[in-house]
Write a protein that binds this ligand. Structure first.
Ligand SMILES: Cc1ncc(COP(=O)(O)O)c(C=O)c1O
Length: 416
């Protein structure tokens, strides 16, 4: 086995440099903790960027993997296996939608949604309806890294180096109802939203904006597509974030926590939209394999059996209240946002954001910063109030030290 220094040197030489990794070598996980090569425990409030909903080493996941891996890991989508039908029943019931396409990752689920929207508009045109091919996406959106997904992702640094990206996407100002109305027309085949934006800084859609998107799409036959890859499957205290609004989209996508760390994505849609897809139009070698489906079934059943939706609501509410109290104490915390266990604290500068993440790491607590200034918390659903208290105490200390250091600098500048 390579030692850590050799791993770092080898990766530096051999890997495409897509990530600036933190200098930590994790070997095991247990509950809400990750354990590194020195046996040090880290409280993980990011859960693999919103993936490890049941934390680490949950017996339900271990047992599902052990059981299914002995039976069947892969078959392709040319044959039946036991997993897809059972998982599809669970997902359609919870989402309120009719049909499922299984993929491997979030971005693939999103590509399927985009392709469905274009194919459905084509079907409507063939039936004599006037509808175009344009997508309306939102500013600050993030939908993934493949070409279609990145074309609907707002941040220029993700899109521009790869231009020209997929044409036919226009961005609407976030929560700006007038801008949405002005840009919507029969040219639009779909409005694409995250009910709560993740990478964009944990920003919920306003009720009015989401409802307007629903009305506009209904008026022309365009699809309303909700990306639930980060917010969905229980993180916000409901199975899907759109359920907080009482709005049902035509299409939704999910991935991250679906199979508890085994890659699996899914796109769900209405029976009506599904008319546009026939055998051979779309597919995947790995998507919806027996192993991933067996684990996803175990994850969903465990969330239900352990009451983790209510737990996410309760502990998430506690977390937000504690962050609000911190905000009152520290001027450098500007706003606190979130729903359930999808939480952010906006700080006054990108420099401070980076500093807090680093200082938390030094205290063996994992969080990250998104959209430059939003400290982001996506803990496993099993996190406890005691663990939240540990994080809050650490944040309090870090913000106090920061304020004291700033006061000293200002005093020095003023010559006090
Ligand atoms: C809202 C949203 N959509 C899509 C994606 C892309 O998912 P993946 O990284 O699995 O391709 C992400 C990932 O962060 C996401 O947060």
């Amino acid at each position: 086995m390579m030692d850590f220094a050799t791993i770092q040197a080898t990766e530096k030489k051999l890997l495409l440099s897509t990530y600036e990794r933190n200098p930590l070598l994790f070997e095991r996980g247990q509950g809400v903790y990750l354990i590194d090569d020195k046996g040090e425990r880290y409280l993980d409030l990011l859960s693999g960027i919103g993936v490890n909903a049941l934390g680490y080493g949950h017996t339900a996941i271990e047992e599902a993997i052990a059981r299914q891996s002995k039976l069947l890991i892969h078959t392709s989508n040319l044959y039946y296996h036991h997993g897809q039908a059972e998982l599809a029943v669970r997902l359609t019931e919870r989402a309120g939608l009719d049909r499922v396409f299984f993929a491997n990752t979030g971005t693939e689920a999103w590509e399927a949604a985009m392709k469905l929207a274009r194919a459905y508009a084509g079907l409507l045109r063939s039936e004599g309806k006037q509808i175009g091919t344009k997508f309306l996406a939102l500013e600050q959106s993030f939908h993934g890294r493949t070409f279609g997904s990145v074309s609907t992702t707002h941040k220029a640094k993700y899109r521009e180096p790869f231009g020209p990206v997929v044409p036919g996407v226009e961005f609407v100002r976030f929560n700006d109802v007038e801008d949405l109305k002005a840009k919507f027309s029969t040219e639009v085949c779909a409005i694409l939203v995250e009910p709560i934006q993740g990478e964009g800084g944990i920003r919920p859609l306003s009720q009015e904006f989401f409802a307007t998107a629903r009305e506009l799409t209904k008026s022309t036959g365009a699809l309303l597509v909700a990306d639930e890859i980060q917010a969905g499957l229980g993180r916000t205290g409901k199975w899907f974030a759109y359920q907080h609004y009482g709005i049902l989209p035509d299409v939704t996508t999910m991935a991250k926590p679906l199979a508890g760390g085994i890659p699996l994505g899914a796109m769900l849609c209405t029976e009506e939209a599904a008319r546009a897809i026939h055998a051979g139009m779309h597919g995947t070698t790995f998507g919806g394999g027996p192993l991933a489906c067996a684990v996803a079934i175990a994850v969903i059943d465990t969330i239900e059996r352990e009451g983790l939706l209510d737990h996410a609501t309760e502990v998430g509410g506690y977390f937000l209240a504690q962050l609000e109290a911190l905000k009152k104490k520290h001027d450098s915390i500007k706003t606190v946002r979130g729903k359930g266990l999808m939480v952010a604290a906006e700080v006054e500068s990108a420099e401070l954001g980076k500093h807090v993440v680093k200082a938390m790491l030094e205290r063996k607590i994992l969080i990250n910063v998104t959209s430059d200034t939003a400290l982001r918390f996506l803990p496993p659903y099993i996190v406890t109030e005691e663990q939240i208290d540990i994080a809050i105490a650490a944040l309090d200390e870090i913000f106090t030290e920061y304020a004291n250091a700033n006061a000293v600098t200002s005093a020095a500048k003023a010559g006090v």
